[in-house]
Design a protein around this ligand. Structure first.
Ligand code: BGC
Length: 753
């Protein structure tokens, strides 16, 4: 392709406007006369959903078969960045085989409430975990010459009336929670495209939101890739283009091409703005078509990878008296109950739904494992609809009673977890709750395998059940992964990427999951997920980061030291059990003395390590200033205050194994003062304190009541703006000058020095 500037110079205004919208549902427009080829893009978030034709949306029907991997919440629970990178590479290789130039994923929005209809697509309630996993996937994908489309930017955390609802999120919460994963991924993986969301953010559609697209994404983060609209998310094309929304999808959107041309001709839109977006799209085409593809792994066994990914994602929630793993030598009959054992739920519905190449069935995989040694018996357990069927329950209980052990496959029904609508409950359907109770009454050796893409409430039945395995929606390999974990062929190593509350109403966003009159206020602010349960001292059913193993791990010898701009952390983890296993170690920061409110704990590092029995390994983390910072809206800046922090090491967010107190000083000085900066602001910064003291000394020469800057004075007046001190005590000094003049001089002096 010719250089972009040359191409732009050769193209007409109409052509440049036209390239800013797609050709059809899934393609960009190509311009043969200029040697610009078209690109093809397809969903999605847990595999490739390539439709049979580029003119169709193909949401409900079957599409071209592709590997169906674990959905976002499942893979989020793997906490394994190497695996995500490997998945990205595999998606890239399969994508190239299927002629996919851009993959419309991953989806990384935060899980504000477990009712979010697309929660199954998203990784976590924590921005750091999400950011690390998303970056790894994208780095893998793009290494194969297939671009990512990071979505949905931003504030799309529920489905209810999303297209007409403004997510009202305060700036600090936005930066620390809802944008943080996007920022991390933009900086670590540079996704070739970013997809804006449908919703409004603080009153302006994200597809035309200057603050979001221009100030933050482009200016602050330095993003130079293409911003794509979600499908039909464009409302005012001219405003959108001006704000930096490059590509409208789907196309052809002739009406908007005309509108752009007209706006330029009438002087309402600068042609340079059109050139910018057209130029970025041309650059994207170049990136894809001239990609330097890193050597592709030969013969990727996609299905094997799907199985491995599923096995890393499944979480062992409860394992009383080590009921798991099962031992086929120690049983003669096993009851398998529940339709999901034969028709597993492997994914959610909507644009992310992949037509799988094949599907492992748990029942078949269990049979493969036990062979003839164990008599496997089966009952459906519950009907496909909501009705309670006592007969099915009784038959299942009788079957369970006749066996040595019963494994129940339950979960959210297929139709409830989907794009476009939110869930109504996080309880299992009533018939499944009744089934569990009936079975556990006659069979104490009972294991429940749950399937859902979001947190489940379990308090009505979990006390009766010794073993619970949460299998999420783990894609086409889940059947074998579940069977392998049940029988200990694989040691479970997934950890919850979101909190499982005792009940739905415990969730901090519960009062406000639905917008009213077009506005949805995120009033819980920073208190999302574990941040809220920590602050509220509320015990969840299972905390963020929880997941059991068939072996045990001991943590020891934590050391944390600041060395210049970094804090180096090291400690040991040892496998003290009898089985090979993987442990996800989690590092949280606790800020002991921040002047602003902060969550009790914030995840800042993690890794997944594999250890043989008796093996001990040292884990190292290197933290940076930003890991200790919060977003200070006074200075519009990330601020790490000098003072004491705790480095908190856990096997989950509530199973804390090690803790070390450390004093950190990153040499922070507030960067600006204003008219109403507080006395505390002035005296907490050495340079500013000297200035303030000089002015105070000057004042004291002209007043009768002397102001002495001691603890008593500061204790009383500290939160008073410095200007008011002069107004209160310096009236006889301020003859020719006002308090405003004094502060202005002080600020000028601070900035000069
Ligand atoms: C979804 C996107 C998806 C697009 C194309 C939209 O409805 O929100 O996530 O990529 O459709 O299918």
């Amino acid at each position: 392709m010719r250089p972009t500037q040359e191409l732009l110079a050769a193209m007409t205004l109409e052509e440049k406007a036209a390239i800013c919208a797609g050709l059809n549902m899934w393609m960009t427009k190509g311009f043969e006369q200029h040697g610009i080829p078209a690109l093809q893009m397809y969903d999605g978030t847990n595999g490739i959903r390539k439709t049979n034709s580029n003119e169709e949306m193909g949401i409900t029907g079957e599409n071209i078969p592709a590997t169906c991997y674990p959905t976002g919440s499942a893979i989020g629970s793997s906490w394994n960045t190497d695996l995500l990178q490997e998945l990205g590479v595999a998606l890239g290789v399969e994508g190239r085989e299927m002629e996919v130039d851009l993959l419309l994923g991953p989806g990384i929005n935060m899980k504000r409430t477990p009712l979010g209809g697309r929660n199954f697509e998203y990784y976590s309630e924590d921005p750091f975990l999400t950011g690390e996993l998303g970056a790894a996937l994208i780095n893998g994908l793009q290494s194969q010459g297939v671009g990512a489309s990071l979505k949905h930017f931003a504030g799309n955390n529920q489905e209810f009336e999303k297209i007409v609802t403004s997510s009202e999120i305060d700036e600090r919460t936005l930066r620390e929670i809802y944008l943080a994963a996007f920022e991390r991924i933009v900086k670590k993986a540079n996704p070739w495209t970013i997809m804006c969301s449908y919703n409004l953010l603080n009153g302006s559609y994200t597809s035309e939101n200057e603050h979001l697209l221009n100030d933050i994404l482009r200016e602050e983060w330095g993003y130079e890739g293409v911003v794509i609209s979600d499908w039909t998310a464009v409302n005012d094309r001219i405003r959108g283009l001006a704000a930096g929304l490059d590509l409208e999808m789907p196309g052809p959107a002739y009406y908007n091409t005309k509108a752009i041309v007209k706006a330029v001709q009438e002087g309402k839109l600068d042609e340079a703005v059109v050139d910018k977006s057209a130029g970025r799209i041309i650059e994207l085409v170049r990136k894809v078509k001239e990609a330097n593809v890193e050597s592709a792994p030969a013969n990727v066994d996609y299905h094997e990878l799907a199985r491995r990914a599923a096995a890393e994602s499944i979480v062992l929630l409860k394992n009383d008296n080590s009921i798991l793993p099962l031992d086929s030598e120690k049983m003669s009959k096993m009851a398998v109950i529940g339709t999901f054992a034969k028709q597993p739920r492997i994914q959610g519905a909507g644009s992310a739904r992949v037509t799988p190449t094949r599907v492992d069935i748990p029942w078949d995989e269990l049979k493969n494992i036990v062979g003839d040694k164990v008599d496997l018996v089966y009952a459906d357990g519950y009907p496909q609809d909501d009705r309670i069927n006592e007969q099915m329950i009784q038959e299942s209980a009788a079957l369970a009673a006749s066996a040595d052990v019963a494994v129940l496959f339950v979960g959210q029904p297929e139709y409830v977890e989907s794009e476009m609508h939110d869930l109504e409950t996080i309880e299992l359907p009533l018939h499944q709750q009744k089934l569990i109770k009936a079975v556990t009454e006659v069979q104490p050796h009972c294991i429940v395998v749950t399937s859902s893409g979001s947190a489940l409430a379990m308090n009505s039945w979990i006390q009766y059940v010794p073993g619970v395995l949460h299998s999420w929606l783990t894609g086409q390999g889940s059947g074998k992964a579940i069977a392998d974990i049940l029988f200990g062929h694989v040691n479970p190593s997934g950890k919850l990427s979101e909190t499982f509350p005792v009940k739905l109403s415990d969730n901090p966003a519960h009062m406000r999951i639905r917008g009213e009159n077009g506005k949805l206020y995120y009033r819980e602010g920073l208190s999302i997920g574990y941040r809220y349960y920590d602050r509220k001292e509320l015990a969840p059913q299972f905390p963020f980061g929880h997941g059991l193993s068939y072996t045990t791990f001991a943590y020891s010898d934590l050391k944390a030291v600041q060395q210049g701009e970094h804090v180096n952390v090291a400690f040991f983890v040892e496998n003290t059990g009898t089985m090979f296993g993987k442990e996800v170690v989690q590092l949280y920061i606790h800020d002991e003395e921040c002047s602003w409110n902060r969550p009790q704990k914030e995840l800042k590092a993690f890794t997944k390590i594999a250890l043989a029995p008796g093996e001990k390994q040292q884990v190292h983390f290197v933290l940076e200033e930003r890991d200790f910072a919060y977003y200070n809206t006074k200075y519009n800046k990330w601020v790490a205050e000098t003072g004491y922090f705790q480095i908190v090491i856990g096997s989950s967010s509530r199973d804390i194994r090690l803790r070390e107190r450390i004093h950190c000083d990153f040499g922070l000085e507030p960067i600006s003062f204003h008219k109403f900066s507080l006395l505390n602001d002035w005296i907490n910064t050495p340079k500013a304190k000297t200035i303030f003291e000089a002015y105070l000394a000057e004042m004291n020469k002209h007043v009768s009541e002397q102001v002495i800057l001691d603890d008593v004075f500061i204790g009383f007046w500290g939160d008073f703006p410095a200007i008011k001190i002069f107004q209160m005590f310096g009236q006889t000094w301020l003859i020719d000058r006002s308090p405003d003049d004094v502060i202005a001089e002080m600020i000028a002096e601070f900035e000069r020095q």
